[in-house]
Structures are given as structure tokens and as C-alpha cells.
Design a protein around this ligand. Structure first.
Ligand code: KG4
Ligand code: ZN
Length: 354
């Protein structure tokens, strides 16, 4: 088949990113801009500020990605853009940019589901090992779910969170512990900051409640994170730990990270069972992606689980687990190959089930 080169554009939340990717899985060029410094003082993402940053930085990021690839727009085969789900004001920036570029250069336009892009990322340059159908654990700031990926555009949801997403829990616990964000170009924000502090902690000093451990919910592949979060809030309120004491901070972070990992692994084991029933066969592999899949404790836990179940685990490299332009370009290639194109008139979709 003809080699394809696609520009991917992402601005669904707080990252402005663009990348040019080839259908053999090579990243030809990429450029991104993060907004940690803008949002940290507010303790979370402020949608209006995020949109302003996207508006300011989108042209620079597009220029940077094309320049890094050494390519002009007319050498591309398509433009892929995140269409949703996400923050409306953020999404409108990438959708407008993608539509305008595609229309001005008469290129095919591919509107991409952000979570589909996370789910397909592991296949980039690795299509021989990550064959359909596989079980995918999507663990990000907006979503926590397990699904069977039958093919591009074809998913069966197995489990989903009953309250917070796992990324939200990391972010809120980091806030409870008053952990300063890592403000870095790559791997910044509250999640990576909590991970770094948890390394120094003793996870056994504070006992955490294991979510959904009751008889009725124990066999469900769904997730829940609000209980651990509330427990940590309560511990702080009764003075069981002091967020300003480094040892307390590290021990709580370590206990939270370990319990969260154990919960994710338990529910993924159940999801593997459900997938087997749904498919009438074993899933070809287990894929984990989304921002939290860049966490080393989570990856190690899933690795042990995969070995126990004799299924290969595939995770994209950590920097491609968090939001990026490469995954949008790759999802664009997968859709383009199947003729899944969109008209220049598409709008963003704020809430969009897979
Ligand atoms: O996939 P992503 O970049 O954006 C969404 O689609 O939501 O995920 C972002 C989430 C945030 O909650 C962030 O704190 C979390 O992933 N995250 C992490 C780590 N890196 C990012 N959580 C724990 N450990 C990490 N290393
Ligand atoms: Zn994401």
C-alpha cells in the first residue's frame, strides 16, 4: 500500500500539539506546548485560560511540527484533528485549525475521537503484535475504562468508572497533599509530581480502603476512585497526617498509588475474563494507554498481571501515553486507510461515547 503522511492536531484539554506521522509508524516531526505554568496557581485547568493559550500557541505548534518534518502542507495526504470529547472552548481551536488547513489545501479531513487515538496508539509501527481484537485499558484525566477493540471504529465497553477518573484522583490527591506540580515541557502536572514523591514513601504506613471490595461490586469490572480520595481528605481533616511534613506526604502518596494500582489490576483481570466471554477467545494482547499509563508503578502492576494471565502487555512509551499530536496523526492514518473521512463542515463533539 501507498505510504501515507498525516498531520495530527490536538487541543482537547490543556496541551496544544501537532505532529506529522507516516503510515510505517515513523514520527516525521512533532511540536507541542503545555500549559502547566498557567494553570498551577488555580489548582486545576481553567477552560477560558486554556482556550486563550491554544489560540496563541496553535500556529506556532503547527509551524514547528511541519518544520521539524521538513514538509509543506501540499506534501501531506490528510489532516487529522481531535473532534472530541473534551473542553468545548479548547476543542474549537483544533477543529477550526484542522478544517481550515484541510480545506485550504484540498486535503482529506479526519475527525478523531480522542480516546480512540489513545486506544490505537500502541499499534503505531507495531501492527504485527497489536492485532485486533485486543483489550484496552484507557486511564486518563477524563476517562477510566476497559474496552475490547475489535477494529478501528469498533469497540465494546467492558468497564468504566462509577465516579472519578483515575487521573482526576491523582490530581485531587496531589492537591490534598499540596504537592507542587512539575512544570516541565514533558511529563509535567500533578500526576507525575505525585509519582515522584511516592517513590520515597512507605506504602504500608497508612491503610487505604480498597474500592469496590464488597460482595456485590467485587465481581464487576467497573472502577471507583472517590472512596480513596475521600479517605485521604478525611485523614487530613482529622490531622492523621500533615501535608507539609515530607515523610507524611510521601507515605500517603505511596499508599494511594499502590492501592490505585491494585484496584486497576484487579478490575483489568476481570475485564480480561469478560473480554474472553464476549470474544469466545482470548484477547490478542492487553494495551494500556492514557496519561496514567505513563506511571511506572501502574505499568509494573499491569506487567505482573499480564504475565500471570499469559497475555502480552503493550504500552506506548510514556510520553505517547499522555496527550500528544502523534496519536491523533496515527488514528488519522488508521481511519484514512479505511476510508473514514469527514466533511469540512464538522463541529466538535463535547460528550462523545466511543
Ligand atoms: O491522557 P491525558 O494526558 O489527558 C486526558 O485525556 O485526560 O491524561 C492526563 C491525566 C492527568 O490526570 C495526569 O495527572 C495523569 O494523566 N498523569 C499521571 C501521570 N502522568 C499523567 N498520573 C500518574 N502518574 C503519572 N506519571
Ligand atoms: Zn488524553
Amino acid at each position: 500500500p501507498k505510504s501515507l503522511r498525516v498531520l495530527g492536531i490536538e487541543s482537547s484539554c490543556d496541551d496544544t500539539a501537532a505532529a506529522v506521522v507516516a503510515s510505517d509508524g515513523q514520527i516525521l516531526g512533532e511540536c507541542s506546548h503545555h500549559q502547566y505554568a498557567v494553570h498551577e496557581e488555580h489548582g486545576g485547568i481553567v477552560p477560558g485560560l486554556a482556550a486563550n493559550e491554544h489560540l496563541k500557541n496553535m500556529p506556532l505548534v503547527l509551524h514547528g511540527a511541519l518544520k521539524a518534518a521538513g514538509m509543506r502542507m501540499d506534501e501531506l495526504d490528510a489532516v487529522a484533528v481531535t473532534r472530541g470529547p473534551g473542553l468545548p472552548s479548547s476543542l474549537s481551536v483544533c477543529v477550526a485549525a484542522g478544517k481550515a488547513l484541510a480545506a485550504a489545501h484540498s486535503l482529506p479531513l479526519v475527525g478523531v475521537h480522542h480516546m480512540e487515538a489513545h486506544a490505537l496508539m500502541a499499534r503505531m509501527g507495531n501492527e504485527q503484535s497489536v492485532r485486533f481484537p485486543y483489550l484496552c485499558l484507557l486511564i486518563s484525566g477524563g476517562h477510566t475504562m476497559s474496552l475490547v477493540v475489535h477494529d478501528v471504529n469498533e469497540y465494546t465497553l467492558i468497564g468504566t468508572t462509577r465516579d472519578d477518573s483515575v487521573g482526576e484522583a491523582f490530581d485531587k490527591v496531589a492537591r490534598e497533599l499540596q504537592i507542587p506540580w512539575i512544570v516541565a515541557q514533558e511529563g509535567g502536572g500533578p500526576g507525575p509530581a505525585l509519582e515522584r514523591i511516592a517513590c520515597r514513601g512507605d506504602p504500608s504506613r497508612f491503610r487505604m480502603p480498597m474500592p469496590m471490595n464488597k460482595h456485590d461490586s467485587g465481581s464487576s469490572p467497573d472502577f471507583s476512585f472517590s472512596g480513596i480520595k475521600a479517605h485521604i481528605k478525611r485523614l487530613r481533616e482529622i490531622g492523621a497526617f500533615d501535608p507539609l511534613c515530607q515523610r507524611d506526604q510521601a507515605d500517603i502518596a505511596a499508599a494511594f498509588q499502590l492501592t490505585t494500582t491494585q484496584h486497576l489490576c484487579k478490575k483489568t483481570a476481570l475485564a480480561l475474563k469478560h473480554a474472553k466471554i464476549a470474544l469466545g477467545a482470548e484477547a490478542a494482547c492487553l494495551v494500556a494507554s492514557g496519561g496514567v499509563a505513563s506511571n511506572q508503578t501502574v505499568r509494573a502492576g499491569l506487567q505482573r498481571l499480564a504475565e500471570k494471565h499469559n497475555v502480552p502487555l503493550v504500552c506506548p512509551p510514556p510520553r505517547l501515553c499522555t496527550d500528544n499530536g502523534v496519536m491523533i496523526a496515527w488514528a488519522g492514518i488508521e481511519r484514512l486507510r479505511r476510508g473514514l473521512l469527514d466533511p469540512y463542515t464538522i463541529d466538535f463533539i463535547q460528550r462523545w461515547p466511543l
